[in-house]
Design a binder for this molecule. Structure first.
Ligand code: BEZ
Length: 218
């Protein structure tokens, strides 16, 4: 069955460019982002990994570990890293998982529909992972999922923004409105009365009885 928000992110042990990784142990108390790409040495993937390499400091500032996955080997990942670094102009120090066995791809539902064709109709191209993103909390639960087709490169500024929104609202009665950006006001959940909301979050900007904004907590 497909993963759902609040499921425990499946644990696994895999080889990676940083050696053997036991996923939950590797996450520790951090937030984590696991993201798949179709194949090494392909154009869109190289731009995406270059973007992640450039954002390494942003992820670190947010206490978030990032790990890539594809169905290629560690040896290929290591060679491809040189291209990523040359294109992105930043070190690609985050681990990339060797998922030649498709273990992680299957656990995280990263394969396209064609993979599930009867085996006589399948080619190696059908085993390439699509572009999935999972944000996982320190509690190891899936907080957010995105899936893009192979032909559409992801917007990593949006992934960073979504991570900020997840961290802002995790375990507290807050939500973020459409197009929210860090620094903007947040929505106070309906579980709190106006008085309780003021006590917890200060002055309210009440647009509608059920739409109340407050300053985002620091
Ligand atoms: C790419 O990264 O350019 C790519 C990979 C697989 C299919 C289509 C595009």
């Amino acid at each position: 069955m497909a993963l759902r928000i609040n499921d425990i992110a499946p644990d696994f042990t895999a080889q990676s460019t940083a050696g053997e990784i036991r996923f939950h142990q590797w996450l520790g108390d951090s937030y984590g982002i696991i993201f798949s790409h179709p194949r090494d040495f392909t154009p869109v993937c190289t731009t995406e990994f270059g973007a992640v390499a450039q954002l390494a400091g942003e992820f670190a500032r947010r206490g978030t570990k990032v790990i890539g996955v594809s169905v290629d080997s560690v040896q290929d990942h290591q060679k491809w890293k040189r291209d990523i670094e040359a294109f992105g102009g930043a070190p690609a120090d985050f681990p990339i998982i060797d998922d030649t066995s498709l273990t992680v791809a299957k656990l995280y539902d990263m394969l396209p529909a064609e993979y599930y064709l009867p085996s006589e109709g399948r080619t190696p191209a059908h085993s390439a992972t699509v572009r999935t993103v999972y944000i996982i909390g320190p509690d190891k639960k899936v907080k957010l999922m995105m899936t893009y087709p192979m032909s559409v490169g992801r917007n990593f500024a949006e992934i960073l923004r979504a991570l900020d929104a997840v961290r802002m609202t995790d375990g507290v009665p807050l939500a973020t409105p459409a197009n929210w950006q860090p620094g903007q006001d947040v929505i106070v959940g309906l579980a709190l009365t106006d008085d309780q909301a003021r006590e917890k979050y200060g002055t309210l900007d009440i647009k509608l009885p059920y739409l109340r904004f407050a300053k985002a907590p620091a």
